[in-house]
Write a protein that binds this ligand. Structure first.
Ligand code: EZ4
Ligand code: CO
Length: 421
């Protein structure tokens, strides 16, 4: 065999049938209530694609990564070569993984899948392999200032048709607990230019939260799925204790019970409780959850399209997870733009090992900036049939909402020590 000693440094950009090229790419930043970073990729065929690169509270880092380091690499490339472009941006950067890099790659990847599905005249789920289900079960966020209030809020979600509800409660003696808002419908924190300071006390929390689920099951029975987000606050042993105490209430999952950097921590939690475990909204690659999955230490993997390098990588994580019966539970708070929500719904419609999809409604202003064809019906979301992922951006309207710096809160213990928010 004769191998070329000096292969051409530039790959042939047109190895497909006929030629197609990326002619332009632009980042659009808009703040219709909260900040979103959107990438629009244009082609010489007139077809364009839309991708989301939003990172709540650190938006401009992704904007710079895209504008300075990625867009110049895209121009002239064949947009149909999604896998090669993904590998080029991931391996080619040398600096792998991380929330900024993987969101920038996700924005490109989703825009390219959008283009490919539009060219094929197919809704994205069809291109992925077709439907595994008719509709996507979602869970909504119920939260109240105390148990009585949260129980009422869960009732409101049940009356709106939700089959699954995440319940978070304020804790007596603790100011501004995680998940508790003034604005019941659209809440997702990111407020002033400096982070809001909240106070945390594990003892008060561990005493109070099991009482919430006791009251919820007492009031509404066991027909609905109930979920709870601990938001990284506990040690592994405390998480194990909470999981055990919640067992009688048969939760769908206990989420993010410890800071997720330490995958080994879940071994301890797992040894002590049968409450299902979910983690991963801050994970960016398969490498962040490989041990958790292959050791069967979790039940649901929560990373999603925008966080983990787009569809190309998320489907790889999902396939890997399916081997160990770990199911998907994609993050879907309002800081993930409608572009990510729409794409996630196509993914959810296809992926065989689907678990559940988080869903928080965006504001009417956000919905108007991002016209989309997905819709809520009786506790489920349905993706549309428009070719592509079904979400667009109204650029003229987007321009009316300029970027506005906002920060996620922080948490401190009562003695002032900085804790995990
Ligand atoms: O804190 O999306 O399950 N949802 C969550 C969210 C996250 C935000 C971070 O930007 O934990 O509330
Ligand atoms: Co969460």
């Amino acid at each position: 065999m004769n191998y070329p000693v000096n292969p051409p440094s530039q790959p042939d950009l047109d190895r497909g049938t006929g030629s197609m090229k990326i002619t332009g790419a632009r980042v659009i930043v808009t703040c219709p209530g909260r900040n979103f970073v959107t990438l629009k990729i244009e082609t010489d065929q007139g077809v364009y694609g839309i991708g989301d690169g939003t990172m709540n509270g650190r938006e401009k880092a992704v904007v710079a990564y895209l504008e300075e380091h990625i867009i110049p690499l895209l121009i002239g490339r064949d947009p149909r070569r999604i896998e090669d472009i993904w590998q080029y941006l991931y391996r080619g950067a040398y600096w792998r993984r991380g929330p900024v890099t993987m969101r920038a790659i996700a924005a490109v990847d989703v825009a390219l899948w959008d283009i490919k599905a539009k060219m094929a005249g197919m809704p994205l789920y069809d291109l992925l392999g077709g439907r595994s289900r008719d509709r996507v079960m979602v869970y909504g966020h119920a939260n109240g200032s105390d148990i009585a209030h949260t129980v009422d809020e869960v009732g409101r979600y049940i009356s709106e048709g939700y089959k699954a509800i995440r319940a978070q409660t304020g804790i007596p003696g603790l100011d501004k607990a995680y998940g508790i808002s003034k604005d019941k419908k659209f809440y997702e924190p990111a407020e002033g230019e400096l982070p809001l300071e909240t106070v945390w006390d594990t003892r008060k929390y561990l005493n109070y939260v099991p009482q919430l689920f006791d009251k919820l099951r007492d009031t509404y029975g066991f027909d609905h799925h109930l979920l709870h987000d601990v938001h990284h606050r506990l040690t592994p042993l405390e998480a194990a204790q909470l999981g055990k105490r919640l067992e009688p209430y048969s939760l769908f999952w206990m989420e993010d019970s410890t800071p997720a950097e330490n995958q080994e921590a879940f071994r301890l939690i797992r040894q002590h409780t049968t409450t299902p475990l979910a983690v991963g909204e801050i994970f960016n690659t398969l490498w962040d959850c490989k041990d958790l999955i292959q050791n069967q230490l979790i039940d649901y993997i929560r990373t999603t399209i925008v966080s983990a390098g787009g569809l190309t990588h998320l489907r790889r994580i999902a396939d890997f997870a399916s081997v160990w019966q770990v199911r998907t539970g994609s993050h879907g708070a309002t800081d993930l733009s409608p572009v990510t929500m729409g794409t996630a719904l196509h993914f959810d419609t296809w992926v065989p090992n689907f678990g559940i999809q988080e869903y928080m409604r965006h504001t009417p202003e956000t919905d108007a900036v991002f016209p989309h064809d997905y819709r809520f019906d009786d506790g489920f979301l349905l993706c549309g049939e428009t070719p592509g992922h079904g979400v667009d951006i109204d650029e003229a309207l987007a321009a009316k909402y300029p970027y506005s710096p906002k920060q996620l809160p922080v948490a401190r213990l009562e003695d002032g020590t900085l804790w995990n928010w």
